[in-house]
Design a protein around this ligand. Structure first.
Ligand SMILES: CC(C)(COP(=O)(O)OP(=O)(O)OC[C@H]1O[C@@H](n2cnc3c(N)ncnc32)[C@H](O)[C@@H]1OP(=O)(O)O)[C@@H](O)C(=O)NCCC(=O)NCCS
Length: 211
């Protein structure tokens, strides 16, 4: 696989910010957000299939507030949830990236992988392709020791991405997500982990060479 090319975003366009490294894979560009992403992102967040495993759909205002939080996160940490572009085909497909999470749980603080793509971009391997590049950045550039991923236990699509990335489910790691109301059927979450040694072993086995 061509190594991901990393470079600082040179010019903010349409209200984007400076400083976030851009990540390229064979099919995708993970880039800074632009004002033009807000509308398609709000449409995704109002799509009941995309939001099936979240407690509620987001209003346009809530969706925009999420992008503002993502901006602040990049400013604070230098990494975050990148906007994903299908290079040359779709200017905005969703997000994939990393969040520094502080909510109360047995494994926090942590850096966790997240992904959310518009429905028309599912089933093409984009989530795992982007996440592999983000994991490479996490271990090679950010020098993290571990990344985790978690999702509602029923979210089989997201769990397949975690499996495909070579992440290991922490069998004793299940937890109730504190941001999901008590008694809600989606509150129970599963936890997956990948540490630096595991990632090196996967890299050596060329598990990360597929798109
Ligand atoms: C979770 C989510 C990102 C997964 O998207 P996805 O398209 O299923 O995941 P991938 O990009 O890895 O694609 C996987 C499928 O694409 C297909 N595919 C097609 N071309 C491919 C390629 N070149 N490489 C790999 N897979 C490919 C495969 O059949 C694969 O299915 P499989 O796992 O049954 O083998 C998507 O369902 C989503 O956005 N869901 C809503 C938000 C959400 O729940 N986020 C997680 C909350 S924690």
């Amino acid at each position: 696989m061509p190594r991901e090319q990393l470079r600082a975003s040179a010019t903010p366009s349409g209200g984007a910010w400076n400083g976030a490294p851009e990540v390229r894979t064979s099919r995708l560009t993970l880039r800074a957000w632009r004002d033009g992403d807000l509308r398609p992102f709000a449409a995704m967040n109002a799509d009941s299939r995309v939001m099936e495993y979240f407690p509620a759909l987001l209003s346009e205002r809530e969706s925009n507030a999420l992008v503002a939080r993502i901006h602040r996160h990049f400013g604070a940490h230098g990494f975050g949830l990148w906007a994903v572009e299908v290079t040359g085909h779709a200017s905005f497909a969703g997000f994939v990236g990393l969040t520094h999470s502080l909510f109360a749980a047995h494994f926090t603080p942590c850096v966790d992988l997240g992904w959310r793509l518009a429905r028309e971009h599912w089933g093409k391997g984009y989530a795992r392709e982007a996440a592999r590049a983000v994991i490479q950045l996490a271990f090679e550039r950010l020098a993290l020791d571990q990344v985790v991923a978690f999702t509602a236990a029923e979210n089989a699509r997201s769990r397949r991405v975690m499996d495909a990335l070579g992440m290991t489910r922490d069998e004793r790691g299940d937890f109730d997500h504190p941001y999901v109301p008590a008694g809600h059927p989606l509150r129970r979450h599963v936890l997956y982990r990948l540490d630096r040694a595991g990632w090196h072993a996967l890299s050596r086995a060329r598990a990360y060479s597929r798109p």
